[in-house]
Ligand binder design. Structure first.
Ligand code: MG
Length: 203
């Protein structure tokens, strides 16, 4: 399994990061060891600013290479809501030096997602949300993505052979922010609770 992620796929998030919306999707990868399968995320020892990015996450049931856009949606077999955890302070340092982001984005525990749900046609119209306790932290709609799901799959498959079981994070809407040790986060798609996350002290 590989974890494919898209940067700046919601115009208002690009704006809050001080970046222009890209003309083509920008991808980055997280290794399988980034997956926080248990729902427990250790606050990284190398960061003072761990941030959540709530995102729609899709699972591929089939693979492909150079997938035509009209065939791309058929590769997807499930969706859920996940968190692309980011060491924002380290990312800012790396960006300022023009260096790759992986250390700030692909560390252990940096990718979490909830229970897989069947793909239904109305997902772009359903709100996806992240709450801390009962407080809404972030909310978005798939309809606001800059690049559609088929466009993302087609473009990704030009660079990376897609395989069954691969996971695609489709970018975060505006409203990212910090977490702290002890936080309890809950992710929803529409009214469905897909899963919960606890932030623990450094492993
Ligand atoms: Mg993200």
């Amino acid at each position: 399994m590989k974890i494919l992620c898209v940067a700046r796929n919601y115009p208002l998030h690009a704006q809050e990061m001080g970046a222009a919306p890209p003309e083509k999707p920008v991808f980055f990868l997280k290794p399988a060891t980034a997956w926080a399968a248990s729902g427990e995320v250790g606050y990284p020892a190398f960061s003072q600013r761990l941030e959540y990015e709530v995102e729609l996450v899709f699972r591929l049931g089939r693979g492909g290479k150079n997938v035509p856009v009209d065939k791309a949606a058929a590769l997807v077999d499930a969706l859920t809501v996940g968190i692309d955890f980011t060491a924002r302070d380290l990312q800012a340092q790396l960006k300022a030096q023009g260096l790759p982001w992986e250390m700030a984005k692909a560390f252990d525990g940096s990718a979490w997602w909830g229970a897989w749900l069947p793909l239904t046609a109305d997902w772009p119209e359903k709100p996806f949300r992240l709450l801390r306790g009962d407080t809404l932290l972030q909310e978005g709609y798939g309809r606001d993505m800059l690049f559609s799901l088929p466009e993302l799959i087609t473009e990704a498959s030009r660079y990376f052979t897609l395989e069954p079981g691969d996971v695609l994070f489709t970018g975060t809407p505006a409203g990212v922010g910090p977490v702290a040790v002890g936080d309890h986060l809950r992710a929803f798609l529409g009214d469905t609770l897909v899963g919960e996350v606890w932030i623990r002290s450094a492993p």
